[in-house]
Design a protein around this ligand. Structure first.
Ligand SMILES: *Cc1c(COP(=O)(O)O)cnc(C)c1O
Ligand SMILES: [Zn+2]
Length: 425
């Protein structure tokens, strides 16, 4: 049974039945899926959810899909206490939600794409596509292949190799477009209109964005049916941040978790921070920017849902922080060394922002903090390749190894004599 009532405009409240539309016909605001929460009471419970599959579909009652066609191994990623990282930062209750190992293309995008492609098949589309900064293209191409549906992915021309090959392998038609993401997105809107395709993050956007809630549902369930006091989230187009908050609010409304007034924080790269700038200035107009950062997957200068990200941060009494490319790389390395998690620059941005929020006292060190890691470092080798030591080459002789080891130990002694705290930024 589906609890979906229909689509409702976020701005004027205008309602339309479920269909592949995204812009309100009355005011041009975005449509959002509306549910019958009253009907869910007593039926959607901790037990009903816990007895579901170990994938994002365990939250199907809170998603706008009748018949899932893909994503059966997506979502339900690890959530774990980051003890060694917490030690370095001097906090006591630090957690990582780790979508760097989300299946099959290693980013949070499996969540939105699984829902959007299932919905596209329900609507009877034979072709899907997306406007992407890389991860969305990877995920759309993979899930389209699994669902046996034609796929076009459109990306800016200058993405990382790992992101390009990571789509091509699944056999979509890929188009590299001269321009930045905002140019790509504009073209995709025209393509969706002209060819009648399901562009997952354009005309299927109301369904697509709902998939992002599962990141938040999982945090709440895996934290033992409670909410972290502070959740730090990367912001690109502004999908995941408001949807994590919506997930928390839905669980509160259904009585599944207690309302501890969770605060949400936006993380952006300094080279593309339109939402964080608005948050820090306290003005609800998102000024578009021209991106210039190594965090390409979150480099969206004119975010579609930037205003809603801004609003959730303000309503929840959170804040926004940005990170320089240097801080991003340092945070990637710190997370890898302390927790064994290799994230891409988006995750580096989120951790670097979290560190600044903790160090400035905005987030108290002894309260529960969740850092949302949304992508995998193996796709963005470029980000760290000039920042790691070159391994030495030796002959296959024990004496040469002995020598190397002695030199290493001497270097370590010298370093510890300088007494720099491990991994300090
Ligand atoms: C897409 C993406 C995000 C966030 O994007 P939103 O559009 O704000 O939801 C964060 N991290 C990674 C790795 C991404 O690919
Ligand atoms: Zn409207």
């Amino acid at each position: 049974m589906s609890y979906v009532l229909g689509l409702k405009c976020k701005e004027c409240g205008h309602r339309v039945p479920v269909s592949p539309v995204h812009v309100c016909e009355q005011c041009f605001g975005p449509y959002e899926v509306e549910y019958d929460y009253a009907a869910m009471k007593g039926k959607v419970t901790r037990e009903s959810i816990a007895s579901g599959p170990k994938s994002l579909w365990r939250y199907r009652d809170l998603l706008p899909v009748d018949v899932p066609v893909t994503g059966f191994n997506s979502g339900f990623t690890p959530f774990r206490k980051a003890k060694r990282l917490a030690q370095v930062l001097g906090c006591s209750n630090l957690w990582i939600k780790d979508d760097s190992c989300n299946y099959p293309t290693y980013s949070y995008k499996e969540r939105v794409v699984s829902v959007a492609i299932s919905k596209a098949v329900e609507f009877g589309f034979d072709t899907v596509g997306c406007a992407s900064t890389g991860n969305l293209a990877n995920s759309t191409a993979a899930h389209a292949a699994a669902a046996g549906i034609k796929c076009y992915v459109m990306i800016p021309h200058d993405l990382e190799q790992g992101k390009v090959l990571g789509s091509l392998i699944f056999g979509p038609t890929m188009v590299r477009i001269r321009g930045n993401y905002d140019d790509v997105n504009r073209l995709c809107t025209e393509i969706a209109d002209k060819y009648g395709w399901a562009i997952v993050n354009v005309n299927l956007r109301p369904y697509y964005t709902e998939g992002a809630k599962t990141h938040g549902f999982e945090i709440a369930e895996q934290f033992g049916w409670k909410l972290p006091q502070h959740t730090v989230v990367p912001t690109a187009g502004g999908t995941i941040l408001p949807k994590i908050y919506k997930a928390y609010q839905e669980f509160i409304q259904l009585g599944l978790v207690e309302d501890n007034k969770p605060k949400i924080y936006s993380a952006q790269a300094a080279g593309c921070n339109p939402v964080v700038t608005a948050i820090q200035k306290g003005v609800d107009i998102i000024e578009p920017q021209k991106p210039n950062t190594i965090a390409k997957s979150i480099a969206i200068g004119n975010p579609a849902d930037g205003y809603y990200a801004y609003k959730v941060v303000k309503d929840s009494n959170g804040w926004g922080e940005s990170a320089s490319d240097r801080e991003i790389v340092d945070a990637i390395k710190l997370l890898a060394k302390t927790e064994g998690i290799w994230t891409e620059p988006a995750g580096g941005t989120t951790l670097a922002a979290a560190i600044k929020l903790i160090q400035s006292g905005r987030i108290p060190k002894d309260e529960s903090i969740c850092v949302c890691i949304t992508g995998n470092g193996l796709k963005t080798l470029e980000a760290v390749q000039n920042d790691l030591p070159q391994p030495r080459v030796i002959e296959a002789k024990l004496s040469e190894f002995d020598e190397l080891l002695a030199e290493n130990e001497a270097a370590e002694k010298k370093a510890s004599a300088r007494a720099e705290p491990v991994g300090a930024l």
